[in-house]
Write a protein that binds this ligand. Structure first.
Ligand SMILES: *[C@@H]1O[C@H](CO)[C@@H](O)[C@H](O)[C@H]1NC(C)=O
Length: 583
């Protein structure tokens, strides 16, 4: 019993964590009142918090683009948009732009207060929030920053409207991305290409699966550098000159497109030897196989029996109708008389390969003395080469468009900002995103009290997986230390006892990582469940789902204290959750 003392200590810590957290959660959750963020109008090209619901249809125009090649005027974009509250109101009056339909095409656009020109020494800063309230199986959440000219007819915004930058999340199945696509026009030959920034190695699927609000920020600076951040954490960065695929800088030299293979260019490496003649004795008429005349019939061969016979035990079924079913025939089985013999039935001499067979004669091949090698066009200086200064050569932008198809509705866009000062965007997010996220967290811990510290610890490992090692060490070191301190002296003199003391220690080593690991598995299971059913879950089911997870993890925590103390009392949090469910 002495050996279990370190577990007592752990159980105490676990229970007090749960307790402390529960006390917090007992406070009523009070939604804040929304306050519009303050931002100087000289700093903005576009700023939208959707507080005023009437912006839909005035400042934000749903695309009325028509389907091409259709006689009747059928709208290309039948997806619904609304300006309104999210499913879980954590700030009263905090509306967003909400995608209202699934498996449909949606398009909406809004023009800037003034166009943004990539010419002055000012960065482009684009920032907005996306919340996949129901997760996302397949669909976009990105913005298109439309090239100058689009502002003249934003109501006809569609998938062909030229944009300069496409930025934001997009997912279909296992492929989750945060796009940064730059459309760039070669100033010499006026050809436009899309250039993509590479995706972060860690993947971005978590931003779609956690149903939380995420802040997407893009900064492109005059020195050609760019940074894409999610929740103020840079996930992609680099230079427009060297980190886009394909590169904006064209190749200096290219294969001459006007060059062509001369008609007398001999590129046959091997040719037929015209000197080679068919030998006199080459007999093409010999067949490949001949009858083996030397073969004789094996002694045990039964020529009068056949390999297959009608099954003598088969009987015509009673209900067999010759008229309807045709003449009845017994099923065929292999003849038992032939089983241990070389064979039955008429015997024939087998075929063997013909030793005289030569086949068709072909002349041999030799190296071509006139072979000139593989033809390749000559390399010339690329007439369309230029040394790009991408930032200042980008098309000015004058409007923002959201054009997407989605399998999950309820995507909320909010707090869009286009500015030319990074600090303005930071200040804007302090007033909007930071407040919202704090409220969402408070709401979560209110509706899901026992998640608390353990889920925080697990969440922290998502971006820093090495924290697992730290957790294990932090828990193990005191346990091992204590074990040695408490029992080391007692147990050392008796070698026969060694095995006995060893077992409980192993227990401890296994127990601790599992305590945190189980939590993690639930998180994953939670996410998977959300992914599977994501699109149809409403907030009521969500709440029940969440409180079920809460109960499960409370039981886990309860179990730890049960095991270590040897008692069967439930942990306080477990009792409370049970009560709440009964209510
Ligand atoms: C324009 O120049 C680029 C860069 O060399 C090249 O890839 C592209 O094919 C050119 N387009 C035309 C139409 O020549």
């Amino acid at each position: 019993m002495n050996l279990r003392q370190p577990l007592w200590l752990l159980a105490f810590i676990a229970v007090s964590c749960v307790f402390a957290n529960d006390e917090d959660a007992e406070k009523e959750f009070v939604p804040l009142k929304f306050a519009s963020p303050k931002v100087a109008s000289k700093d903005i090209y576009l700023a939208e918090d959707f507080a005023d619901q009437s912006v839909l249809g005035k400042k934000w125009l749903k695309s009325t683009a028509k389907k091409e090649g259709v006689e009747e005027a059928i709208s290309k974009y039948d997806g619904e948009w609304a300006v309104g509250a999210p499913q879980k109101v954590v700030i009263e009056g905090d509306n967003g732009l909400v995608v209202k339909s699934k498996a449909k095409h949606h398009a909406i656009a809004s023009k800037f207060v003034k166009p943004f020109y990539f010419s002055e020494n000012k960065p482009l800063v684009v920032q907005y929030e996306v919340k996949y309230q129901e997760g996302q199986e397949c669909g976009g959440g990105y913005l298109k920053l439309l090239s100058l000219g689009a502002e003249k007819s934003i109501e006809s915004f569609n998938d062909k409207t030229p944009y300069t930058i496409m930025f934001g999340p997009d997912k279909c199945g296992a492929s989750a991305k945060v796009h940064l696509i730059v459309r760039f026009t070669n100033p010499i030959n006026k050809t436009t290409y899309e250039h993509h920034a590479a995706q972060p190695t860690g993947g971005v699927s978590k931003y779609f699966d956690d149903h939380a609000t995420h802040l997407y920020t893009l900064v492109i600076r005059h020195d050609e550098t760019f940074t894409v951040s999610v929740d103020n954490y840079a996930i992609m960065s680099g230079s427009l000159l060297s980190n886009l695929e394909p590169a904006i800088t064209p190749p200096k030299q290219i294969a001459d497109p006007t060059d062509s293979k001369p008609s007398d260019w001999d590129d046959r490496e091997m040719i037929v030897d015209s000197e080679d003649k068919k030998p006199e004795d080459w007999d093409e008429s010999q067949p490949k196989e001949v009858v083996d005349e030397s073969a004789t019939k094996p002694d045990d061969w039964l020529e009068e029996e056949s390999e297959l016979i009608p099954d003598p035990e088969a009987k015509k079924p009673e209900d067999w109708d010759n008229e309807m079913d045709g003449e009845w025939e017994a099923a065929v089985i292999s003849n038992p008389k032939c089983e241990s013999r070389s064979g039955c039935g008429p015997w024939k001499k087998p075929m063997i390969s013909n030793p005289l067979y030569k086949g068709k004669w072909k002349p041999r091949k030799i190296k071509n003395p006139d072979y000139k090698g593989k033809w390749e066009p000559r390399i010339i200086e690329n007439p369309h080469y230029f040394e790009p200064q991408p930032f200042s050569q980008l098309e000015p932008i004058s409007a923002v468009g959201i054009e997407l198809w989605t399998m999950s509705n309820g995507i909320v866009f909010d707090n869009l900002l286009v500015t030319d000062k990074e600090e303005v965007a930071t200040h804007f997010s302090h007033q909007t995103f930071d407040v919202k996220v704090a409220q969402e967290k408070a709401y979560e811990s209110y509706s899901n009290p026992s998640k608390g510290i353990f889920s925080d610890l697990v969440e922290a490992t998502e971006e820093r997986p090495w924290l697992w090692a730290v957790y294990v060490l932090v828990i193990l070191i005191p346990v091992i230390g204590l074990s040695i301190f408490c029992f080391g002296r007692k147990s050392t003199p008796v070698p026969a006892d060694y095995k006995k003391t060893d077992e409980p220690q192993e227990d401890v080593e296994e127990e601790i990582p599992r305590l945190v690991g189980d939590d993690d598995e639930e998180e994953v299971a939670d996410q998977e469940a959300a992914g599977d059913t994501g699109s149809s879950r409403n907030s009521q089911e969500e709440f029940e789902h969440v409180s079920k997870v809460a109960t499960d993890s409370a039981e886990d925590e309860g179990n730890v204290s049960d095991k270590s103390s040897g008692s069967t009392t439930k942990s306080p949090s477990q009792r409370r959750v049970r009560q709440r469910r009964a209510d």
